[in-house]
Write a protein that binds this ligand. Structure first.
Ligand code: AP5
Length: 212
Protein backbone atom coordinates (compact mmCIF):
# COMPACT_ATOMS: atom_id res chain seq x y z
CA UNK A 1 0.00 0.00 0.00
CA UNK A 2 1.17 3.53 -0.67
CA UNK A 3 -0.51 6.49 0.96
CA UNK A 4 -0.98 10.03 -0.31
CA UNK A 5 -2.09 12.33 2.47
CA UNK A 6 -4.50 15.12 1.47
CA UNK A 7 -3.95 18.13 3.73
CA UNK A 8 -6.06 21.27 3.70
CA UNK A 9 -8.61 23.35 5.53
CA UNK A 10 -12.23 22.31 5.83
CA UNK A 11 -13.78 23.13 2.46
CA UNK A 12 -10.53 23.09 0.49
CA UNK A 13 -11.93 20.35 -1.79
CA UNK A 14 -10.14 17.25 -0.49
CA UNK A 15 -13.26 15.10 -0.44
CA UNK A 16 -14.53 16.30 -3.82
CA UNK A 17 -11.22 15.51 -5.50
CA UNK A 18 -10.66 12.19 -3.74
CA UNK A 19 -14.13 10.94 -4.71
CA UNK A 20 -13.56 11.86 -8.36
CA UNK A 21 -10.14 10.19 -8.40
CA UNK A 22 -11.56 7.06 -6.81
CA UNK A 23 -14.10 6.75 -9.60
CA UNK A 24 -11.78 7.62 -12.48
CA UNK A 25 -8.36 6.38 -11.43
CA UNK A 26 -8.75 3.39 -9.08
CA UNK A 27 -7.48 5.04 -5.92
CA UNK A 28 -8.97 4.03 -2.57
CA UNK A 29 -10.41 7.04 -0.72
CA UNK A 30 -10.22 6.86 3.08
CA UNK A 31 -12.00 9.80 4.70
CA UNK A 32 -11.99 9.94 8.50
CA UNK A 33 -14.90 12.42 8.39
CA UNK A 34 -16.98 9.96 6.32
CA UNK A 35 -16.06 7.08 8.65
CA UNK A 36 -17.14 9.10 11.69
CA UNK A 37 -20.41 10.22 10.05
CA UNK A 38 -21.16 6.61 9.14
CA UNK A 39 -20.47 5.56 12.77
CA UNK A 40 -22.86 8.31 13.97
CA UNK A 41 -25.55 7.11 11.55
CA UNK A 42 -25.17 3.52 12.81
CA UNK A 43 -25.18 4.62 16.47
CA UNK A 44 -21.92 2.80 17.34
CA UNK A 45 -19.88 3.69 20.47
CA UNK A 46 -17.36 5.46 18.16
CA UNK A 47 -20.20 7.49 16.63
CA UNK A 48 -21.55 8.46 20.05
CA UNK A 49 -18.11 9.60 21.20
CA UNK A 50 -17.35 11.49 17.96
CA UNK A 51 -20.68 13.31 17.63
CA UNK A 52 -20.15 15.59 20.62
CA UNK A 53 -16.83 16.83 19.21
CA UNK A 54 -17.99 17.09 15.59
CA UNK A 55 -21.15 19.06 16.42
CA UNK A 56 -18.95 21.66 18.15
CA UNK A 57 -16.44 21.73 15.28
CA UNK A 58 -13.71 20.28 17.53
CA UNK A 59 -11.30 17.45 16.83
CA UNK A 60 -12.04 13.92 18.01
CA UNK A 61 -9.27 12.84 20.45
CA UNK A 62 -6.02 11.58 18.87
CA UNK A 63 -6.18 8.19 20.63
CA UNK A 64 -9.58 7.41 19.06
CA UNK A 65 -8.53 8.58 15.59
CA UNK A 66 -5.20 6.73 15.60
CA UNK A 67 -7.02 3.53 16.67
CA UNK A 68 -9.56 3.99 13.85
CA UNK A 69 -6.92 4.47 11.14
CA UNK A 70 -4.75 1.60 12.42
CA UNK A 71 -7.74 -0.77 12.33
CA UNK A 72 -8.82 0.41 8.87
CA UNK A 73 -5.30 0.05 7.40
CA UNK A 74 -5.36 -3.62 8.40
CA UNK A 75 -8.40 -4.18 6.21
CA UNK A 76 -6.46 -3.10 3.08
CA UNK A 77 -3.99 -5.97 2.66
CA UNK A 78 -3.29 -5.55 -1.06
CA UNK A 79 0.26 -4.15 -1.31
CA UNK A 80 -0.52 -2.38 -4.59
CA UNK A 81 -3.43 -0.38 -3.13
CA UNK A 82 -3.03 3.39 -3.62
CA UNK A 83 -4.75 5.18 -0.78
CA UNK A 84 -5.85 8.83 -0.69
CA UNK A 85 -6.01 9.64 3.01
CA UNK A 86 -8.43 12.53 3.55
CA UNK A 87 -8.78 14.12 6.99
CA UNK A 88 -5.92 12.28 8.68
CA UNK A 89 -3.47 13.30 10.07
CA UNK A 90 -4.79 16.53 11.58
CA UNK A 91 -2.35 16.85 14.48
CA UNK A 92 1.34 16.17 14.96
CA UNK A 93 0.74 13.06 17.15
CA UNK A 94 -1.48 11.65 14.36
CA UNK A 95 1.25 12.34 11.76
CA UNK A 96 3.86 10.66 13.97
CA UNK A 97 1.62 7.62 14.50
CA UNK A 98 1.14 7.30 10.74
CA UNK A 99 4.90 7.59 10.15
CA UNK A 100 5.39 4.72 12.62
CA UNK A 101 3.02 2.41 10.73
CA UNK A 102 5.28 0.53 8.29
CA UNK A 103 2.29 -1.03 6.52
CA UNK A 104 1.06 2.44 5.42
CA UNK A 105 4.06 4.33 4.00
CA UNK A 106 3.32 7.94 3.10
CA UNK A 107 4.69 8.80 -0.36
CA UNK A 108 3.45 12.40 -0.53
CA UNK A 109 1.44 14.95 1.40
CA UNK A 110 -0.50 17.33 -0.84
CA UNK A 111 -1.60 20.62 0.72
CA UNK A 112 -4.71 22.25 -0.85
CA UNK A 113 -4.30 26.05 -0.54
CA UNK A 114 -7.52 28.12 -0.59
CA UNK A 115 -8.19 31.65 0.80
CA UNK A 116 -10.37 31.75 3.92
CA UNK A 117 -13.25 33.75 2.38
CA UNK A 118 -13.60 31.10 -0.34
CA UNK A 119 -13.54 28.30 2.27
CA UNK A 120 -16.45 29.92 4.12
CA UNK A 121 -18.37 30.37 0.85
CA UNK A 122 -17.83 26.71 -0.09
CA UNK A 123 -18.74 25.24 3.30
CA UNK A 124 -21.87 27.26 3.96
CA UNK A 125 -23.09 26.48 0.40
CA UNK A 126 -22.29 22.76 0.54
CA UNK A 127 -25.14 20.26 0.32
CA UNK A 128 -24.58 16.54 0.80
CA UNK A 129 -26.72 13.57 -0.21
CA UNK A 130 -28.25 11.94 2.89
CA UNK A 131 -28.31 8.64 1.02
CA UNK A 132 -24.99 8.18 -0.90
CA UNK A 133 -22.87 11.04 0.54
CA UNK A 134 -22.24 12.81 -2.81
CA UNK A 135 -21.31 16.46 -2.28
CA UNK A 136 -22.67 19.51 -4.15
CA UNK A 137 -22.49 23.28 -3.86
CA UNK A 138 -25.48 25.59 -4.26
CA UNK A 139 -23.53 27.86 -6.65
CA UNK A 140 -20.36 26.19 -7.96
CA UNK A 141 -21.52 22.56 -8.22
CA UNK A 142 -25.35 22.65 -8.18
CA UNK A 143 -27.38 19.45 -8.58
CA UNK A 144 -29.40 19.13 -11.80
CA UNK A 145 -32.63 19.23 -9.76
CA UNK A 146 -32.92 21.41 -6.62
CA UNK A 147 -32.44 19.44 -3.39
CA UNK A 148 -32.02 16.08 -5.19
CA UNK A 149 -28.83 14.04 -5.64
CA UNK A 150 -27.72 13.58 -9.28
CA UNK A 151 -26.32 10.13 -8.51
CA UNK A 152 -29.06 8.39 -6.52
CA UNK A 153 -32.01 10.85 -6.27
CA UNK A 154 -31.50 10.99 -2.49
CA UNK A 155 -32.34 14.17 -0.51
CA UNK A 156 -29.63 16.85 -0.24
CA UNK A 157 -28.97 18.28 3.24
CA UNK A 158 -26.66 20.74 4.94
CA UNK A 159 -24.08 19.06 7.20
CA UNK A 160 -24.74 20.04 10.86
CA UNK A 161 -21.14 21.32 11.16
CA UNK A 162 -21.49 23.57 8.07
CA UNK A 163 -23.37 26.34 9.91
CA UNK A 164 -21.34 29.55 9.83
CA UNK A 165 -20.54 29.51 13.60
CA UNK A 166 -19.21 25.93 13.51
CA UNK A 167 -17.32 26.57 10.26
CA UNK A 168 -15.44 29.47 11.91
CA UNK A 169 -14.52 27.20 14.86
CA UNK A 170 -13.28 24.45 12.50
CA UNK A 171 -11.15 26.95 10.57
CA UNK A 172 -9.66 28.31 13.81
CA UNK A 173 -8.66 24.79 14.92
CA UNK A 174 -7.27 23.98 11.49
CA UNK A 175 -5.07 27.12 11.53
CA UNK A 176 -3.66 26.18 14.95
CA UNK A 177 -2.60 22.67 13.86
CA UNK A 178 -1.68 23.14 10.22
CA UNK A 179 1.78 24.71 10.26
CA UNK A 180 3.16 21.86 12.41
CA UNK A 181 1.82 19.33 9.92
CA UNK A 182 3.26 21.20 6.94
CA UNK A 183 6.66 21.41 8.67
CA UNK A 184 6.53 17.69 9.47
CA UNK A 185 6.10 16.68 5.82
CA UNK A 186 8.31 19.48 4.46
CA UNK A 187 11.24 18.23 6.56
CA UNK A 188 10.80 14.77 4.99
CA UNK A 189 10.71 16.22 1.46
CA UNK A 190 7.17 14.87 0.97
CA UNK A 191 5.16 18.09 0.92
CA UNK A 192 3.61 19.31 -2.32
CA UNK A 193 1.54 22.55 -2.19
CA UNK A 194 -1.20 23.05 -4.75
CA UNK A 195 -3.37 26.06 -5.59
CA UNK A 196 -6.81 24.57 -4.86
CA UNK A 197 -8.65 27.82 -5.60
CA UNK A 198 -9.42 26.73 -9.15
CA UNK A 199 -12.35 24.94 -10.80
CA UNK A 200 -12.88 21.31 -9.84
CA UNK A 201 -11.85 19.80 -13.21
CA UNK A 202 -8.69 21.93 -13.50
CA UNK A 203 -7.67 21.07 -9.96
CA UNK A 204 -8.17 17.40 -10.74
CA UNK A 205 -5.87 17.66 -13.76
CA UNK A 206 -3.17 19.33 -11.61
CA UNK A 207 -3.54 16.62 -8.97
CA UNK A 208 -3.22 13.83 -11.50
CA UNK A 209 0.11 15.25 -12.68
CA UNK A 210 1.36 15.03 -9.09
CA UNK A 211 -0.06 11.57 -8.44
CA UNK A 212 1.06 9.82 -11.64
P1 AP5 B 1 -14.19 16.09 7.69
O1 AP5 B 1 -15.39 15.49 7.14
O2 AP5 B 1 -12.84 15.56 7.33
O3 AP5 B 1 -14.28 17.64 7.41
P2 AP5 B 1 -13.17 18.70 6.96
O4 AP5 B 1 -11.75 18.42 6.97
O5 AP5 B 1 -13.59 19.80 7.83
O6 AP5 B 1 -13.35 18.72 5.49
P3 AP5 B 1 -14.59 19.01 4.65
O7 AP5 B 1 -15.29 17.73 4.32
O8 AP5 B 1 -15.43 20.07 5.29
O9 AP5 B 1 -13.89 19.70 3.40
P4 AP5 B 1 -13.27 19.12 2.06
O10 AP5 B 1 -11.88 19.65 1.95
O11 AP5 B 1 -13.42 17.62 1.93
O12 AP5 B 1 -14.17 19.88 1.04
P5 AP5 B 1 -15.24 19.33 -0.02
O13 AP5 B 1 -14.54 18.60 -1.10
O14 AP5 B 1 -16.38 18.64 0.64
O15 AP5 B 1 -14.23 16.09 9.29
C1 AP5 B 1 -15.40 16.45 10.00
C2 AP5 B 1 -15.11 16.39 11.49
O16 AP5 B 1 -14.72 15.05 11.86
C3 AP5 B 1 -13.97 17.27 12.01
O17 AP5 B 1 -14.40 18.58 12.25
C4 AP5 B 1 -13.59 16.52 13.30
O18 AP5 B 1 -14.52 16.77 14.33
C5 AP5 B 1 -13.74 15.06 12.89
N1 AP5 B 1 -12.48 14.48 12.38
C6 AP5 B 1 -12.27 13.98 11.13
N2 AP5 B 1 -11.00 13.55 11.01
C7 AP5 B 1 -10.40 13.78 12.20
C8 AP5 B 1 -9.08 13.57 12.69
N3 AP5 B 1 -8.12 13.01 11.92
N4 AP5 B 1 -8.80 13.94 13.95
C9 AP5 B 1 -9.75 14.48 14.75
N5 AP5 B 1 -11.02 14.71 14.35
C10 AP5 B 1 -11.35 14.36 13.08
O19 AP5 B 1 -15.77 20.72 -0.64
C11 AP5 B 1 -16.49 21.64 0.16
C12 AP5 B 1 -17.51 22.37 -0.73
O20 AP5 B 1 -16.83 23.13 -1.75
C13 AP5 B 1 -18.49 21.43 -1.50
O21 AP5 B 1 -19.74 22.04 -1.56
C14 AP5 B 1 -17.87 21.34 -2.91
O22 AP5 B 1 -18.87 21.13 -3.89
C15 AP5 B 1 -17.22 22.71 -3.06
N6 AP5 B 1 -16.01 22.65 -3.86
C16 AP5 B 1 -15.06 21.67 -3.80
N7 AP5 B 1 -14.05 21.94 -4.66
C17 AP5 B 1 -14.38 23.13 -5.24
C18 AP5 B 1 -13.71 23.94 -6.22
N8 AP5 B 1 -12.53 23.58 -6.75
N9 AP5 B 1 -14.29 25.10 -6.57
C19 AP5 B 1 -15.50 25.49 -6.03
N10 AP5 B 1 -16.18 24.74 -5.12
C20 AP5 B 1 -15.62 23.58 -4.73
Amino acid sequence: MTVTVLLGAPGSGKGTQAKRLTTDEAFVHLSTGDMLRSAIKSGTPLGKEAQTFMDRGELVPDKTMIGLITETAQTLPNPTTRVLLDGFPRTLPQAEALANAPSAPVAKAIFFKVPEAELIRRLTGRRVCGNCGASFHLVSLPPKKDGVCDTCNGPLKQRPDDSEAVVLKRLEIFTKQNSQLLDFYRRQGKLVEIDADQPVAELQASLLKILR
